[in-house]
Design a protein around this ligand. Structure first.
Ligand SMILES: [Ca+2]
Ligand SMILES: [Ca+2]
Length: 242
């Protein structure tokens, strides 16, 4: 009597095609777990962080002027638009690395240092977040802006001295003090001469972000599945008809 041995996949499915199907199922389960009502919603919303919606979603202690007015040479003003050079004769060249609209600021006298303020209302208390931004200088002489983010008026990250004529990325980490907090960008430099700059790409991201949680869960699921598969002994099946 001959005996035929069949190695059976430890998961209980004999089809070789089941492995990728199981991987997809694990990924789907992880994503559903993150999207389920019981999963923590850690993302926080920042409105109009790329300034593509114009002068909305934030407040400033600077004086707003229309980007088409060519009045940005007035100290202590700001506007939102795609081209600083189009708003002031003193800025002949736009900063490189721009992406559509940006916040354009003529930094100036004391009392107008709150460049940008927004109330974040959907954060998670004690959750870690990463704050991102891009800054560029509009001047080659005079003072340079010294920018600082604050959360509920507490400084987060370092002071950024803006000297580059191209947009440079900035990042800082902070822990949300509560679900709702005031995020501000402050300019510590109060000189009128020089001290002109542009801001773009403001963002907040949870650490880790929801999709990173999903990838982590998928990874853990796959590791566990692989370990169970390694530890399971092959099943021997005897065919009595052979
Ligand atoms: Ca933009
Ligand atoms: Ca200025």
């Amino acid at each position: 009597m001959s005996i035929r041995e069949h190695a059976v996949i430890a998961a209980g499915n004999t089809s070789p095609a089941s492995a990728p199907a199981r991987t997809r199922a694990l990924a789907l389960a992880a994503l559903l777990a993150c999207a389920s009502p019981g999963a923590p919603a850690v993302a926080a919303t920042l409105l109009n962080g790329d300034f593509e919606l114009g002068n909305t979603g934030f407040t400033s202690s600077y004086t707003y002027v229309d980007p088409a007015s060519n009045l940005m040479q007035v100290e202590g003003t700001y506007t939102v638009g795609p081209s600083p050079a189009a708003t002031s004769p003193y800025w002949p060249t736009d900063p490189s690395g721009a992406s559509g609209n940006m916040l354009i600021v003529n930094g100036a006298n004391p009392g107008s240092q709150l460049v940008w303020t927004q109330q974040v209302t959907d954060a998670v208390a004690n959750q870690s977040y990463t704050l991102g931004a891009s800054f560029a200088s509009l001047v080659s002489s005079g003072a340079s802006a010294s920018l600082q983010f604050t959360v509920d008026d507490v400084a987060v990250g370092g002071v950024q001295t803006v000297t580059s004529a191209s947009f440079s990325a900035y990042a800082a980490s902070f822990v949300a003090p509560s679900a709702s907090f005031t995020l501000r960008l402050v300019n510590y430099e109060t000189a009128a001469l020089g001290n002109d700059f542009a801001v773009d790409n403001l963002s907040i991201a949870a650490v880790p972000e929801p999709h990173e949680w999903a990838m982590l869960l998928v990874g853990l699921g796959l590791v566990g599945w692989a370990a169970r598969r390694r530890n399971a002994a092959p099943t021997v099946v005897v065919d009595p008809a052979a």
